[in-house]
Design a protein. Structure first.
Length: 315
């Protein structure tokens, strides 16, 4: 069957094609003969109780120099689409939430939105991991500097991170004797206005921050270890990490099995679990990446598997 699929994403001209997971998804959908509709966040709007989308028909290519061609701008009732992929990168701000409200009205009219808009709102990528305490290291979530100091004093070596960032942005590794600890805490909590997460440092980060990709609650049997650059504690590829694909370990599969049923129940068809050593650290559901790196190293078609899953749901 022919499926009309919309992709809500950041400007396609600014992506890095050889490693962009959204492009991989579009290529996989196009290979099935589906009709692609490229939508920017500003192109969604509500008029007379109907969510509409300004879109451009798009063709995509696996070519680092010429990866897309678009047609003329048109408008469609978004509910006339069969599927919408929500692929906007964080930050998760109020504009993002407003977009999920509009996507929810489309979903109510029979369009499959990947991932489910209500779950995008409910499952903060940092906090959601704490729903599975059996998988996590010691964690504190607070906006109180004194409580954060006590946690740092207790565990000595701690990672501090904002709850709404991505790509390793604004992440600090601190200790009780850090000369800059006060200013780091003051800046991150913004005089008690911003809640942050503190995690006990996991030294196995030197072996990589593993990304496990999940499709409809099932793990892809290969992970991407994002290995920090020399002198770094962040494995994120955006922070200079190096990606090395490898088979999933028994512990990583166990973590995936713990999380998978909840993802499926919440309508989260595509997710990325972040694992360091033996511990789950984050669950990414907004725009998980690493498809192309794993595909290339193990000759897979992960985006194709996702499109097969979507097709089975729609048929």
């Amino acid at each position: 069957m022919t499926i009309n699929i919309g992709i809500v994403m950041d400007p396609i001209e600014s992506i890095t094609p050889y490693k962009d997971s959204s492009l991989a998804m579009m290529i996989a959908a196009q290979n099935k003969g589906w009709q692609l509709h490229y939508i920017q966040q500003s192109g969604l709007y509500l008029k007379e109780n109907t969510t509409k989308a300004d879109f451009k028909p798009i063709k995509v290519f696996d070519d680092n120099n010429h990866w897309y061609e678009t047609g003329n701008l048109s408008t469609i009732n978004a509910s006339d689409l069969d599927v919408i992929l929500m692929r906007l990168d964080p930050p998760f701000d109020m504009e993002y939430i407003y977009t999920t409200y509009m996507l929810e009205t489309i979903e109510q009219q029979g369009c499959l939105v990947v991932n489910k808009p209500a779950s995008l709102r409910d499952a903060n990528e940092k906090l959601f991991a704490t729903h599975f305490p059996q998988c996590c290291t010691d964690v504190l979530v607070s906006r109180q500097p004194q409580k954060l100091r006590q946690f740092i004093e207790q565990f000595q070596d701690v990672i501090l991170k904002p709850l709404d960032g991505m790509g390793g942005q604004s992440i600090f590794r601190v200790s009780p004797t850090d000369a800059n600890l006060s200013v780091i805490l003051e800046t991150m909590v913004n005089d008690g206005q911003h809640t942050i997460m503190a995690q006990k440092f996991i030294p196995e980060i030197t072996e990589g921050d593993k990304r496990i990709l999940m499709i409809n609650g099932e793990a892809i049997p290969y992970t991407l270890a994002r290995i920090p650059a020399k002198g770094e504690t962040r494995g994120n590829l955006a922070a200079g990490g190096t990606g090395k694909a490898m088979p999933i370990t028994r512990r990583e599969q166990w973590i995936a099995d713990q999380v998978g049923p909840t993802l499926k129940k919440m309508g989260i068809l595509f997710a990325g679990l972040d694992v360091i050593g033996d511990y789950l650290t984050e669950i990414n559901i907004t725009s998980p990446t690493c498809i192309r790196e794993i595909d290339k190293q193990f000759n897979l078609d992960i985006a194709g598997q996702l499109m097969d899953c979507i097709e089975n749901i729609k048929c």
